[in-house]
Design a protein around this ligand. Structure first.
Ligand code: CP3
Length: 345
């Protein structure tokens, strides 16, 4: 781990910085003309992810334009299913599709193979770290086992994660093993990202919402805790942000209390006043501006930012959105957002 030279790490270590550090989920992406150009040059999104020189450039584009406090490496959560032996395809204009998993026997078990297939992310981190001053944190990431399982079992996103739930209900034992296997690969991937220079990592559990409480504990909280324990065993000072998107408030509380993450990223539906009152004081808050308010701009954007800053006054905060930035977001509004957050507190 680096020295705590960045505002992001200061916040993750519990400082109430003024102004708070700011970065945005999906800050690299289609809303930026320079990204669209780069993707056209790469030929496809997946090729862009898997070519470190181009992925590093995509990572740096929003930093140059807006000066965010953190650069999240350009990659995708579906690199882990790919490491586990699944073919991953991104069709133009459609979501991802994968070769569905029907049995544990289909999963690649060789850790060296995982490492080789995930190697582009490590080289991207090294390139990005080398290109940025220490004040800007480099963030690694991975999908959490439950969310990855929803894609791997269905072979695509959406569909209310029905296929993964069905496997979990019909054969709880083998489903638990599936989550463990995915979790082993995720933990190795996060540790390797920190090894090569990531200052912190985020775990995306995008489909954590809507589960019965007992299943949420088994499929979201416990697998996340296992990963956090492994990462912290390898890197005791590692900083981990968790994002159990659209979990219930009770679900967020459980996640903050039990998984061991240092920070919880909140979706737009979580009232930050509730989070300030109810989440343990040592857990740092990240979030949670409505991405649509950034498209709207103007007074809606100003008001949204003010509300977040007011609700979290006195508490460590990492300013972010409640979900990824949308492709039709005007880049000028993002510039206004950063300027407004920087002028705050
Ligand atoms: O945040 C960043 O700037 C870093 C890069 C990043 C991407 N995906 C790039 C991307 C990160 C952190 C992700 C995470 C990711 N990927 C998640 C978790 C966060 C979330 O959104 O809930 C998920 C579920 C995925 C899987 C995924 N990747 C889907 C479902 C899609 C298709 C939907 C879409 O937006 O097109 C992607 C594609 C994707 N990942 C794009 C980008 C920039 C768009 C690809 C393009 O250029 O066409």
């Amino acid at each position: 781990m680096k020295k705590d030279g960045s505002r992001l790490l200061c916040a993750l270590n519990g400082d109430v910085s003024s102004p708070p550090p700011v970065w945005l989920m999906r800050q690299a992406g289609r809303y930026l003309p320079e990204y669209r150009e780069l993707r056209a040059k790469a030929g496809s999104f997946w090729k862009l992810c898997m070519t470190p020189e181009l992925a590093a450039e995509a990572t740096l584009q929003p930093i140059r334009r807006f000066g965010f406090d953190a650069a999240i490496i350009f990659s995708d959560i579906l690199t882990v299913p790919y490491a586990l032996g699944r073919e991953v395809i991104f069709e133009e204009g459609e979501g991802p599709s994968l070769q569905p998993v029907t049995s544990l026997l289909e999963l690649e078990q060789e850790k060296q193979v995982w490492r080789e297939r995930l190697a582009p992310a490590y080289e991207t981190i090294q390139r990005v770290r080398g290109a940025l001053p220490p004040e800007i944190a480099v963030l690694g990431f991975a999908g959490a086992p439950w969310t990855l399982a929803t894609y791997m079992v269905a072979g695509r996103g959406g569909d209310e994660q029905r296929a993964a739930r069905l496997w979990g209900y019909r054969d709880p034992h083998s489903f638990a093993v599936l989550l463990e296997r995915i979790g082993d690969c995720v933990a190795q991937h996060l540790i390797a990202q920190i090894d090569v220079g990531a200052d912190a990592v985020q775990l995306f559990d995008s489909w954590a919402g809507g589960l019965p409480e007992v299943r949420y504990r088994e499929w979201v909280v416990e697998p996340t805790k296992r990963i956090v324990d492994k990462v912290k065993a390898a890197h005791p000072r590692a900083r981990i942000i968790g994002f159990p998107r659209t979990a219930s408030l009770q679900g967020y509380l459980l996640y903050a209390q039990e998984t061991g993450v240092d920070a919880v990223s909140m979706d737009t539906g979580v009232p930050l006043s509730w989070a300030v009152e109810n989440l343990p004081g040592n857990v740092v808050l990240q979030g949670n501006l409505d991405p649509v308010a950034v498209i709207a701009g103007g007074p809606a954007l100003m008001r949204g930012i003010d509300d977040i800053l007011a609700a979290t006054a006195g508490r460590p905060l990492i300013f972010n959105l409640g979900h990824g930035i949308l492709p039709d977001t005007p880049p000028e509004n993002v510039a206004v957002l950063v300027e407004k957050v920087r002028a705050a507190r």
